[in-house]
Design a protein around this ligand. Structure first.
Ligand code: 5CA
Ligand code: ZN
Length: 412
């Protein structure tokens, strides 16, 4: 499907070092060491409700990775999916008496608008689950043929992946087995289902049920894809057998990313699937994770409708480090708005402290595991000085605006 429209990203003189990022599997910060093209897969929305600030924060996080790689002189092949068929989408459509296809199309269109407003660089490939079904079917058949998957013998036609086929299963999330069982129960899995070889085995193909949409599965019989294999297939198809970064919110670490990486490793025989498994913290409201199922949401479109500048939203979300779970409050937005106004005034100042020094310090912060609070502090200090008449670099205000545009995605 089509992605959204991008904006020009300014380039800066010189080259930043390769960004260092925290890898959930190794539990340490390590340099990303891509070839001349960096590859990144980020788990996108299930389009049954509007983009909330949690989605926005995660998309902004990986947009910083994209920008840091470009600033290091690399090409970036970035892929994002849309889970345009899955249980929550069907449940919402039934609840609201709406056609699930229309619901998915509408919310995906709104997401695109929000991403454009937030100046997120569009992915090179924006791919839906539905359009990927033939490729997913191929992968499920391959897994069945190699004995890494099995069909349940209860007449449903449901196919499961056998975690026994993944010798290092659990290496990514570093969780104990009982924790994995608990999380899989909470996050769309079915550890208690009868007939599975292992409670942790995830669904690959769901046989057709009355009243549910189904697609031709060839020898699999009619049905629809499981969730993890969707992301495996889309990533392998567009990025190759191994990738540099697999990203998403930390709610996806287990089971989603663990299982999608396991599927990929079984299919390709190459491990690890991703050099870095990168996870953004959860944005909460009133002490709880913002989620469509809980309904405690602040929508990007609502803020835009209220006349809030998307650049202030971006600055609000960048004010704390991406890895921490954090709260969205009116205060966060107010601080973002004030900062934006201050930076805009400073960018219009006649001169300021060294622009090159500013570029180097912002680069240093962002290549250190996307330390956006440190990057914001560097620009704040520069702006304060420029507004008080300190510094005589008359090229610096323009360079400051270029830098925050290129590296933070904030257009002044
Ligand atoms: N379609 C799947 C991924 S394949 C999915 O999780 N969809 S989603 O709509 O629930 O979330 C879309 C992206 O936003 C995911 O990367 C998810 O981890 C992230 N996300 C969801 N809620 C939050 C939140 N409260 N804070 C930060 N990120 C979030
Ligand atoms: Zn995914």
């Amino acid at each position: 499907m089509d992605a959204w429209t991008g904006h020009d990203v300014p380039t800066l003189e010189g080259k930043a070092p390769l960004p260092r990022l925290y890898d959930s599997a190794r539990r340490e910060i390590a340099e990303t060491a891509p070839g001349s093209t960096a590859t990144m897969y980020v788990c996108g929305i299930t389009p049954y409700d509007a983009t909330h600030l949690g989605h926005a924060a995660t998309m902004i996080t990986f947009d910083l990775v994209n920008r840091a790689w470009r600033d290091a002189g690399l090409d970036v092949n970035y892929v994002q999916n849309v889970t345009d068929i899955d249980d929550p989408l069907l449940e919402r459509a039934i609840r609201d008496g709406e056609d699930w296809v229309v619901l998915a199309m509408r919310e995906t269109a709104l997401f695109r608008e929000d991403m454009e407003a937030l100046r997120i660089i569009p992915p090179a490939h924006y791919v839906g689950a539905v359009e990927s079904i033939p490729a997913i079917v191929e992968h499920v058949r391959e897994l069945l043929d190699s004995g890494a998957a099995y069909t349940l013998d209860d007449g449903t036609g449901d196919v499961y992946y056998s975690v026994a086929a993944a010798p290092r299963f659990g290496y990514e999330s570093n969780l104990a087995r009982d924790e994995m069982i608990t999380l899989s129960r909470e996050r769309g899995g079915d550890p208690d289902r009868e007939g599975k070889r292992d409670p942790l085995d995830p669904l690959l193909w769901r046989g057709a049920r009355d009243g549910e949409p189904a697609w031709d599965g060839g020898g699999l019989g009619p049905g629809r894809p499981g969730w993890h294999i969707e992301c495996t297939t889309i990533a392998l198809g567009r990025l190759g057998e191994t990738i540099d970064v697999q990203g998403g919110g930390n709610d996806l670490l287990y089971p989603h990313h663990e299982c999608s990486a396991a599927h990929a490793e079984t299919l390709t025989g190459r491990a690890p699937f991703a050099s870095h498994y990168v996870h953004a913290g959860m944005i909460g409201l009133d002490g709880e994770k913002m989620s469509k199922s809980k309904g405690n949401l602040v929508f990007v479109s609502r803020l835009r409708g209220d006349g809030v500048d998307p650049m202030a939203v971006r600055l609000g979300l960048l004010a704390d480090h991406y890895r921490g779970d954090r709260e969205w409050t009116d205060e966060v937005l107010k601080t973002g708005e004030e900062r934006l106004a201050r930076w805009r005034s400073a960018a219009a100042a006649p001169a300021g402290p060294s622009g090159e020094g500013l570029v180097a310090a912002v680069r240093e912060a962002l290549t250190s595991d996307l330390d956006s609070p440190a990057a914001l502090a560097v620009v704040d200090a520069w702006a304060e000085a420029a507004l008080s008449g300190v510094g005589d670099d008359d090229q610096a205000p323009v360079l400051m605006a270029r830098t925050v545009d290129a590296l933070l995605g904030v257009r002044l």
